[in-house]
Design a protein around this ligand. Structure first.
Ligand code: HEM
Length: 404
């Protein structure tokens, strides 16, 4: 299914299945109708109970940014009825004081300074081991061997889960995040994860540990501690929030570097370019292109009035290509002047895990570049970035030689 629009006799199509890039459509809409009374979802596939009565899309950077900042008017409470069905009531759907208090309790564990200690002890060794497993093979699919693997192994270790539970944790995580395709499997995984995490929390209430679950169990503000249910829901939130986005964003970045070999060579040579490459990858190929809000009152934006109770899709992918902010925005250029992107959202819900995502991607790239050279996509492969809401390559077949 797709919808098309026809400027000057040239069709601009949005393919709901995400097999072709949505960027020509986003770019066209941003220029012609940046506040659009329309939909980015294939309504014919939605069950009636999830069909919004009224739907709007914001495409421009300033409008998307404003909506993130104005969380009183653009509320995220509707997450309780979607992803909340499998993860529970979490900070993602909270607002105001409730959000402030809960986020403060969990934020400490995700500060850049708190994460530093994990680089040499956890993140580095996990990435090194993954690349060591493939470095002498001469070829690999980097999605299967690396990008799909490292965020799960890292988060399981940071949470302090036993090594032997990795396969169970991986299976439950992927069932949980597959709710769009299999709601029953998602609900089963949710219940299993509840019991699994409860056991982990109880262990730490008896004897505290130096890991994220230990931090959450002992977190306290004004004498208030998180309840078991709040901790378990938050831990379940980390799976869709932290795993899927990171494996997709790192796959996107590798794809962009591999398809721009001159920039890849420069990053190989000068590792101080890695942070700029990570930010440009997130801007150019935003892994999560759109999130949803609900208006709590009538609101005027871009000369249009969006009524109270409407669903508003904040298109971060489009905002990150806004030509009023970036020159030649569709081009991947790690040397462009630095300008903040919005791939991690903004306002009170701005990604809690962004420092971890940046850290683990930087460490993974360094491990890869230290261990293999002559990294190149296999000729005539059909690897490409696909998807509409979530975007990433499904495979990255590469050849390389082990570094001496
Ligand atoms: C490149 C990787 C990532 C991207 C692009 C990303 C993107 C986002 C976005 C767009 C939001 C806002 C959602 C909304 O407001 O509707 C968000 C929130 C969140 N993210 Fe991330 N994320 C990434 C990695 C992570 C990681 C690694 C973790 C933790 C392990 C994480 C944890 C969270 C949490 C807990 C929230 C909710 C914050 C709140 O509601 O206050 N994310 N992320």
């Amino acid at each position: 299914m797709s919808i098309s629009t026809d400027p000057d006799g040239q069709a601009v199509t949005l393919d709901f299945a995400g097999q072709t890039s949505p960027y020509p459509f986003f770019n066209y809409k941003r220029r012609t109708e940046p506040v659009w009374h329309g939909s980015l979802t294939d309504q014919s596939q939605l069950p009636p109970e999830l069909m919004p009565d009224d739907e709007w899309v914001l495409f421009g950077y300033d409008d998307v940014f404003r909506a993130f900042r104005d969380d009183q008017v653009f509320s995220s409470h509707a997450y309780d009825q979607t992803i909340g069905l499998v993860i529970g009531h979490t900070i993602l759907a909270m607002g105001g004081k409730e959000h402030h208090d809960h986020r403060n309790l969990v934020a400490k564990a995700f500060r850049a300074t708190a994460l530093e200690r994990w680089e040499p002890s956890v993140i580095g060794p996990i990435c090194d081991q993954l690349i060591d497993e493939i470095k002498n093979d001469g070829s690999a699919d980097l999605v299967k061997a690396v990008t799909f693997e490292f965020p799960t192994r890292i988060i399981a270790t940071l949470l302090g889960l036993p090594r032997d539970d990795l396969d169970l944790f991986r299976r439950l995580s992927f069932d949980l995040i597959s709710i769009q395709v299999d709601i029953e499997a998602g609900l089963r995984a949710s219940a299993e994860l509840h019991d699994y995490f409860l056991e982990q929390v109880e262990q730490r209430r008896r004897k505290t540990t130096d890991d994220i679950i230990g931090d959450l169990v002992s977190a306290e503000i004004d004498g208030e501690k998180l309840s078991d249910e709040a901790i378990i829901s938050f831990l379940r939130l980390l799976l869709p929030a932290g795993l899927e986005t990171t494996y997709r964003s790192s796959g996107n970045l590798l794809y962009l570097l591999l398809t721009h070999p001159e920039q890849l060579a420069m990053v190989y040579q000068d590792r101080t370019l890695i942070p700029a490459a990570i930010e440009e990858g997130l801007r150019c190929e935003t892994p999560l292109t759109t999130v949803i809000r609900t208006t709590t009152q009538d609101v005027e934006i871009g000369g249009k009035t969006i009524p109270s109770g409407a669903q508003v899709d904040l298109c971060m992918g489009s905002a990150n290509h806004d030509e009023t902010r970036w020159t030649d925005p569709d081009t991947f250029d790690i040397f462009r002047p630095r300008q903040a992107h919005i791939a991690f959202a903004g306002g009170i819900h701005m990604c809690l895990g962004m420092h971890l995502a940046r850290l683990e991607t930087r460490v993974m790239l360094n491990s890869l570049f230290d261990r293999v050279t002559n990294l190149a996509l296999v000729p005539d492969n059909d690897a490409r970035i696909i998807g509409l809401t979530f975007r990433s390559p499904t495979k990255l077949p590469v050849t390389f030689t082990p570094a001496s």
